[in-house]
Design a protein around this ligand. Structure first.
Ligand SMILES: [Zn+2]
Length: 300
């Protein structure tokens, strides 16, 4: 997994005073993970990094470097096969709701998901990473550089907007979901896939040390908070599932690993060393419920 990156001391942070989901100011320190402190909203349970890196360009510079996209753990053949299997199952599920058309992948990275979609789609992607977009363009994808909530799409509309492992990177998920609604054609699909999930088994046991939470993330969502983002923006909730079985990421070794990690986690807690730098990279193993895929539809 990606090692915790030590950030320069002059990097600027911002303190969050209001919950992105419900605007409450009743925010409470909740847990620590890697070099981050996480807060939780008393009113809606949204969990988020606080303080967080203020400037997305600094994130681009220090956290979303070429190494982030090409790190060895992503490039192992098992991981490449797992990602391919994951794409195939996501494409099958997306196909149940929309047959093709214009699609926007928010946080498209190097464009691998759009590339796997095949024909029948007009493919667009946005990302904050210069390196990633350069790669995506070589795959014939129309690209937009910047944060989704700040980008101008003029009269372009989409039949599907896809956040794949990206909404938790955003600074204002509520603005993103609202903007997705405005950019979708009637009956268009909003898919939030491979989102981190705090409400699964590992999230409940390991809290912010759930494997799906990483240092660059601004939020950890859950089924209940994602559904609230949908209902608060007039999306009709369609479906959700937890990608794990048959994903290629799963293994029977995950069961003993979960037990081992649980006892290690207890030991770190008892010795009060879970938040020390040498344990920054401790996280739960792959497991059912670490990630969530959820689908909504724009209905006028
Ligand atoms: Zn809230």
């Amino acid at each position: 997994m990606l090692k915790t990156i030590e950030l320069p001391s002059d990097i600027k942070y911002e303190q969050i005073e209001r919950c992105d989901l419900c605007n409450s100011s009743r925010l409470r320190e909740w847990d620590k993970s890697r070099s981050n402190t996480l807060y939780r909203c008393d009113d809606c349970s949204l969990v988020f990094t606080n303080p967080r890196i203020m400037d997305v360009h600094q994130k681009d510079k220090y956290l979303y470097t070429q190494n982030y996209f090409t790190r060895s753990s992503r490039m192992k053949s098992k991981m490449l096969n797992a990602r391919k299997a994951s794409y195939e199952s996501e494409i099958r599920v997306l196909g149940q709701y929309v047959a093709g058309g214009a699609i926007l992948d928010v946080g498209c990275g190097t464009g691998n998901f759009l590339d796997a979609l095949g024909t029948g789609w007009q493919k667009s992607g946005c990302d904050v990473s210069s390196y990633a977009l350069m790669e995506a363009e070589q795959k014939g994808i129309k690209t937009y550089k910047g944060q989704f909530e700040d980008l101008e799409f003029f009269d372009q509309r989409f039949d599907a907007i896809y956040f794949r492992a990206s909404l938790h990177h955003s600074y204002y998920p509520s603005l993103c979901v609202k903007k997705a609604y405005d950019l979708l054609n009637d009956n268009g699909i909003l898919a939030i896939c491979m989102s981190n999930n705090i409400e699964g088994i590992s999230g409940r046991i390991f809290k912010s040390k759930v494997k799906s939470y990483e240092q660059p993330h601004n939020f950890i969502f859950g089924l209940s908070t994602l559904k609230k983002y949908f209902s608060g923006n007039d999306f009709k909730y369609l479906n959700h599932y937890f990608p794990y079985w048959g994903s290629g990421y799963n293994s029977f070794g995950d069961f003993p690993n979960l037990l081992y990690s649980y006892f290690k986690y207890l030991f770190l807690k008892i010795t009060n060393s879970a938040d020390k730098a040498k344990h920054y990279d401790f996280s739960s193993p792959p497991f059912y419920g670490n990630y969530i895929n959820i689908y909504g539809q724009k209905c006028e």
